[in-house]
Design a protein around this ligand. Structure first.
Ligand SMILES: Cc1cc2nc3c(=O)[nH]c(=O)nc-3n(C[C@H](O)[C@H](O)[C@H](O)COP(=O)(O)OP(=O)(O)OC[C@H]3O[C@@H](n4cnc5c(N)ncnc54)[C@H](O)[C@@H]3O)c2cc1C
Length: 376
């Protein structure tokens, strides 16, 4: 069995398949779930935490990590009207600026993501948070987006990541190190586009690229879109002013849409006496803008930008979010069916072109491995 891409999907497929396989990975094992060290800071590719609704995945994480996960309730906030309110917004409406009206505008028929939000939360909460936050994050008119993925993400579900876990030591990538030790795979570092097309093949590389390799791009919808994310990691002396695990920023003028404080998760991600903050943005930003905004939203003290900043790092994730659009689902499913008939099995966030989190990738990998291990 050949696996293209060694992210969490490829590795957990190999784990559940259980037989020897070959993983062809272009960069490093782990994909979006990898962490790497720079000047004593352990950087995730955008902060990742363990969260799931599935008991199977929770047991999987605990088992792979040999019990070295710190599980606890997460502390998340939303920056609104110059202060932090508790997340999720729908459970803390009493903290909101102004009155939340009784609105009569909820659409009964849901055609897209905008309708979905309006139907679920009503106009006031959408106007304050759900519309601007999602437009800022996805950079798209929400009425062009499909909604079938949405019941589980972006504050639309109260228990989505209310409980979080993080490795007791190191970054989220510790999961990848430990998982890699538990699979029977030969890893080759190479671009999979240039290798011969042996079968059977599990592919976690972007579906658009895979179809290019097998001359079937014409089967896909013409409007497939994937957005990059830009990660800005900041190290400061001491501790930040505002303590939370992560916070959301719906405002257009603030350059990031989310800020996380991984030093809250465990003390090993930054050198002693220093503190790590990671910001996610949907567009490239200047260092000065990031630091000024962190001061403005009360995370770092104004003087940090001059004498207490000890570390700054920028990273670009070209493939971060697939954008599920209305009307695409059927053609994507047909394309995957066509590839399956050729002995090629797309898997994972970019392989299946679905907005899947790591726990959902693990469940998909398990399901596919159980199906294929009887066939091959
Ligand atoms: C900023 C951010 C924060 C997130 N936070 C969380 C979180 O807290 N918890 C959570 O559960 N999920 C989170 N997610 C989602 C999670 O990262 C993904 O669901 C998961 O990592 C997807 O795994 P994958 O293996 O399908 O894809 P990837 O991680 O992208 O792996 C695909 C692999 O294929 C390789 N590849 C691509 N092209 C080629 C090629 N041509 N040849 C060879 N190899 C190739 C890539 O290098 C990569 O290693 C987050 C995502 C982002 C962007």
């Amino acid at each position: 069995m050949i696996i293209l891409g060694g992210g969490i999907s490829g590795l957990s497929f190999a784990y559940h398949y259980g037989k020897p396989c070959e993983i062809i990975e272009r960069e490093v094992l782990g994909g979006l779930c990898a962490s790497y060290e720079v000047e004593g800071y352990m950087l995730d590719r955008g902060v990742h935490t363990f969260f799931t609704k599935s008991q199977y995945v929770k047991d999987f994480y605990n088992n792979i990590m040999d019990g070295t996960i710190l599980w606890r309730d997460s502390v998340a906030k939303i920056w609104l009207d110059g202060r932090y309110i508790n997340y999720p917004i729908q459970k803390h409406a009493g903290e909101l600026p102004g009155k939340i009206g009784i609105d009569h505008t909820r659409p009964e028929y849901i055609a897209d993501f905008r309708d979905f939000l309006l139907n679920k939360f009503g106009y006031d909460l959408c106007r304050m948070f759900f519309f601007p936050y999602n437009e800022k994050k996805f950079q798209i008119d929400l009425s062009e987006m499909d909604y079938t993925w949405a019941d589980y993400k972006n504050g639309t579900d109260e228990i989505h990541n209310a409980q979080m876990g993080y490795p007791k030591n190191g970054g989220f990538g510790t999961l990848i190190e430990k998982l890699s030790e538990k699979i029977k795979a030969n890893v080759i570092i190479k671009d999979a586009i240039n290798i011969p097309g042996d079968r059977p093949l599990v592919s976690t590389i972007p579906l658009t690229r895979l179809c290019g390799k097998y001359d079937c791009e014409n089967l896909l919808p013409s409007d497939m879109e994937c957005h990059p994310t830009y990660i800005y990691s900041i190290g400061i002396m001491g501790t930040p002013k505002t303590i939370f695990d992560w916070a959301y920023y719906p405002q257009e003028k603030i350059p990031f849409y989310r800020v996380s404080q991984p030093s809250n998760f465990n003390g090993t991600v930054a050198p002693q006496g220093e503190y790590l903050i990671q910001c996610e943005s949907s567009s490239p930003e200047r260092k000065e803008n990031i630091l000024n905004a962190l001061g403005h939203v009360d995370i770092i003290k104004p003087e940090v930008s001059t004498n207490r900043l000890v570390f700054y790092n920028e990273m670009t994730l070209p493939y971060a979010y697939v954008i599920p659009k209305t009307g695409q689902e059927k053609r994507i499913a047909q394309t995957i069916g066509y590839l399956n008939d050729l002995g090629i099995y797309p898997l994972g966030r970019f392989g299946e072109w679905e907005y899947l989190d790591a726990d959902q990738c693990i469940l998909r990998a398990k399901e596919l491995a159980e199906r294929l291990k009887n066939e091959y």
